[in-house]
Design a protein around this ligand. Structure first.
Ligand code: SF4
Length: 474
């Protein structure tokens, strides 16, 4: 009997895309997939090895499923993702019960691996285990296939990975060692994938890569983010797209102008600036200066109407002084980011920053993180307040996960990306499909990040009692 396979995708959306691709390959082969791992015969764990907490989560998950296998509640465990790039030898030693370790460059072999496990061909499995990822050192050459069908039917949004790897050398980051040099896909392959997703009902595309703005620079044939965006603009049926993980370089004037005049671009740009102090940026080995960053922000705000800006910053990098940190706070106050993620610096083995002098104490890191997030919460609230009383388009992702009863839908407006930003709850009397875009009059702020409103067609004016009821359920 064919096995039922469950997936666990840890880490970032870039991993999720690989997971969906593996799911797509298995589905094509007639293998049944389940979202309920307790019903799976084989579980595939796509690990994340970015920072220590992610590593621990990955190891904990492997341990959990290996224990189930030992109790014979599971026929097989497959491990893939960043951890197999980084710690293959160690993991083989610690988890001999794992049936196969699949390196990211080999993810297209998932069907063979699953079929062999289900046949219980032990001898072959041993061979497979050696065949799949036999080198124990860092590989640094993950590949990105041009087009592999993705699993899943109608959905409101999908991530599309346009390149793998990174040519940058940020001193805190292990990713280039794990994922190798930049390797861009062709524009044709990406557009084909988007067409397939749109044909399945996907309305919104989120472009991802380790360094989105460098897209195409390795191909030396004129491929660039600008050319890609021009082609994507022509895809019929696609409603919105977002640009995530942009390095603050190579935002050409032409690209900014095109984004500013586009009807499909959501206005959402994510640029992880990491810091603003010149000395910290230099120690991070990021070539942009404070002046470059302010200049880019000005240009984006000037040219892109309804810009929603997200950034990520790091506090407590070695050598960061109180003055550097104050510069960061001033920058955040001035920039008024719609969304901001913050990390405290983590000494990551194998990165140049591991051995840097003047490490900041854990106490100072925590204190700075807390001060920064307190400021951002205040900014976030005032950014959310702008929406109260306005009518904005909201894409519906499904029913609200929080309300058990009552038809409260959950969606996102143009300035909200899935998984990382807040959501917009919507009350309506109409039946709504996943991916439908509704015009919503916003009535309330819920918690620190979310909004609540009503579909304008179903209410001639805001029904306060109905909103109150919905708010109390959320
Ligand atoms: S650009 Fe991003 S992925 Fe590349 S080295 Fe810097 S932080 Fe890491």
């Amino acid at each position: 009997m064919r096995p039922t396979v469950g997936f666990i995708s840890l880490g970032c959306p870039k991993n999720l895309v690989d997971t969906e691709r593996m799911m797509g390959l298995l589905s094509k082969d007639g293998i049944i997939l389940t979202g309920d791992q307790t019903r799976a015969d084989i579980v595939v764990i796509n690990t994340c090895g970015f920072l220590e907490p992610a590593k621990q989560e990955s190891l904990g998950t492997i341990g959990e499923f290996v224990a189930l296998k030992k109790k014979k509640k599971l026929r097989g465990v497959v491990v893939t993702g960043c951890m197999t790039e980084r710690y293959l030898g160690l993991m083989k030693e610690h988890y001999p019960e794992v049936d196969a370790f699949l390196q990211t460059k080999d993810f297209s072999k998932i069907t063979d691996v699953v079929n062999e496990i289900s046949l219980g061909e032990t001898a072959k499995l041993v061979a497979r285990r050696n065949l799949v990822g036999e080198e124990d050192q860092l590989q640094g050459h993950s590949e990105i296939t041009d087009f592999v069908e993705r699993a899943g039917g109608r959905r409101s949004y999908a991530y599309v990975k346009i390149a793998e790897g990174c040519n940058r050398t940020c001193s805190f980051c292990i990713i280039p060692k794990l994922r190798g040099k930049l390797h861009s896909r062709s524009i044709e392959g990406i557009v084909d994938e988007i067409r397939q997703l749109v044909a399945q009902g996907t309305q919104e595309i989120i472009f991802i890569a380790q360094d989105l703005t460098s897209y195409g620079r390795d191909l030396a044939n004129g491929t660039s983010l600008l050319e890609l965006v021009k082609s994507v603009e022509k895809v019929d049926g696609l409603k919105w797209y977002r640009l995530m993980y942009n390095y603050p370089r190579f935002f050409s004037d032409e690209l900014i102008d095109l984004l500013g005049s586009s009807e499909k671009f959501s206005g959402y740009v994510d640029i992880p600036f990491q810091h603003i102090s010149d000395s910290v940026l230099k120690a991070m080995r990021r070539p942009e200066s404070k002046a470059d960053i302010y200049g880019l922000m000005r240009k984006l705000r000037e040219k892109i109407p309804h810009l929603s800006l997200r950034t990520t910053v790091m506090v407590g990098f070695p050598g960061e002084t109180e003055d550097d940190f104050q510069q960061l706070l001033d920058f955040i106050e001035e920039a008024q980011f719609d969304h901001l993620g913050a990390f405290t610096f983590w000494r990551e083995e194998g990165t140049p920053s591991y051995d840097l002098p003047n490490q900041v104490s854990e106490e100072d890191k925590k204190d700075r993180y807390h001060r920064l997030m307190t400021l951002q919460k205040k900014i976030q609230k005032s950014r959310l307040k702008r929406h109260i009383g306005s009518v904005i388009p909201v894409i519906i992702d499904g029913f609200s996960e929080k309300t058990k009863q009552g038809f409260v839908y959950q969606g996102r407006h143009l300035g909200q990306a899935p998984d990382i930003d807040g959501v917009t709850y919507v009350v309506t009397d109409n039946e709504v499909q996943i991916g439908q875009i509704l015009q919503v009059e916003v009535g309330k702020i819920i918690g620190d990040y979310d909004l609540l409103g009503a579909e304008t067609h179903s209410y001639s004016r805001m029904d306060e009692r109905r909103l109150q009821r919905a708010a109390s359920q959320i």
